[in-house]
Design a protein around this ligand. Structure first.
Ligand code: GLA
Length: 408
């Protein structure tokens, strides 16, 4: 058993992997040459809804994610299965579809199609063999922890390894992005695949979405814990409302750019310009623009707090972000608001905000290491008292990013 890299996998991960490999054999039959890959999810601590406005974001990968077991087949069939679904999808490599089939399989399929097209564009050798694949994992799906980018970036890594493509991290990130945008048809921003594909353990990723430059900013996990609370609220509005926010921001930018000819995205518009033009701008568009402009400043401020080791300053920025996402950007819900309010009043918690697109899903709370149980107890009790159900509250550690864990 080969363990590349220096990261030590937690013992529980090996049990999960053995279980996943056993399921793989149940699904695809016994054989040799199986390889196992892990691709994390992510939480975003700073920079809410800034990526598609060219702003900076500060996400980090988490130690929950997608498991991918795979092996080569002698023929040219692609057999894709999920541990969460009994149906096995079979597709001939020579007859890849042009449009989505519907369902989870579109995400990895989009990556297969993208990487095959890339090989033919580069005149690279076409993959000769099909594959048996089983996806699974321990990341809550559809909760704002980026299960879709996790499966796409993980699939890009797995195919890169099997097909010997020699891709860089950033090339895998862009393949995942193209799969989601062009094949699945979701207008997602660049943050999620970058947060996952370019993760570094013990660091937040600083991604400036205007020029896609990245930096790794250390976060002191001996002093800080990341608590994720799942409201259990289904993000049914997330896709349609997310696309509306993208559209509204682009309209706001079109209206304001005249007053600021050097601006190339909404992040570049000074607050003074917005204030001068507020009267002539639709009030919803003005609110969306105000969030983006203030959130950009706040993200730079949070970066300074992080570098100075000012945990309370970071927490305050998160809570202000949440308030802005609630009031100006209108992507929150009462369950998320209650958890943020409860964290704000709880000693040991520095601050909290919704993570991901919003409209349900999870909050992320920054907690002083050692105080997790106390904070968890407060969040559960307040949530149960108001909504009558216990939310899931978990401590997430960081993660070094997508990797092959073993092959045999
Ligand atoms: C979703 C999108 C990201 C980002 C966040 C909001 O997770 O996929 O690109 O826009 O919402 O910060």
């Amino acid at each position: 058993m080969a363990i590349p890299g220096t990261h030590t996998e937690p013992p529980a991960r090996f049990e999960q992997m053995l279980d996943h490999m056993a399921r793989f054999e149940q699904c695809h039959g016994p054989g040799q040459g199986q390889r196992f890959f892990f691709s994390p999810g992510r939480v975003n601590l700073f920079g809410g809804h800034l990526d598609y406005n060219g702003g900076p974001v500060m996400p980090t990968a988490i130690d929950r994610g997608t498991f991918i077991a795979a092996r080569t087949r002698p023929d040219r069939l692609l057999r894709m299965a999920s541990a969460f679904d009994s149906q096995v999808v079979e597709i001939e490599l020579d007859r890849l579809p042009n449009s989505p089939l519907g369902g989870w399989v579109d995400y990895p399929l989009g990556v297969v199609i993208d990487l095959m097209a890339g090989q033919s564009r580069r005149d690279g050798p076409e993959p000769q063999h099909g594959m048996d694949i089983l996806f699974g994992g321990d990341l809550p799906i559809g909760s704002g922890l980026s299960s879709s980018a996790s499966i796409c970036v993980g699939t890009a890594l797995m195919l890169d390894a099997f097909w010997d493509l020699g891709l860089s991290q950033v090339e895998r990130v862009h393949s995942a992005l193209r799969a989601e945008r062009s094949f699945v048809g979701v207008q997602c921003g660049i943050m999620d695949p970058y947060a996952i594909g370019c993760a570094r353990e013990g660091h937040l990723l600083w991604l400036d979405c205007k020029d896609e430059s990245i930096e790794f900013l250390p976060i002191d996990h001996d002093r800080l814990s990341i608590l994720v609370t799942n409201t259990g609220v289904q993000r049914t509005l997330a896709a349609s409302e997310f696309n509306r926010r993208v559209e509204q921001c682009s309209l706001a930018f079109e209206a304001l750019r005249m007053a600021c000819p050097t601006a190339t995205c909404l992040r570049d518009i000074p607050l003074e310009v917005l204030e001068d033009h507020r009267g002539s701008l639709d009030s919803v568009l003005a609110n969306r623009a105000e969030h983006v402009i203030r959130e950009t400043r706040r993200t730079f401020e949070a970066r300074e707090h992080l570098l100075a080791g000012n945990s309370q300053g970071m927490g305050d920025c998160m809570t202000q972000t949440h308030e802005s996402l609630r009031r100006l950007y209108e992507v929150s819900c009462p369950e998320l608001d209650l958890l943020v309010e409860a964290a704000e009043a709880c000693p040991g918690a520095y601050g909290a905000r919704l993570t991901g697109a919003g409209f349900g899903g999870c909050t992320v709370t920054l907690v002083s290491r050692g105080e997790e149980e106390k904070v968890r107890g407060v969040l559960k009790a307040r949530f149960q008292g108001r909504f009558g159900v216990l939310p899931q509250v978990e401590v997430f550690e960081g993660d070094p990013g997508p990797r092959e864990i073993f092959g045999f």
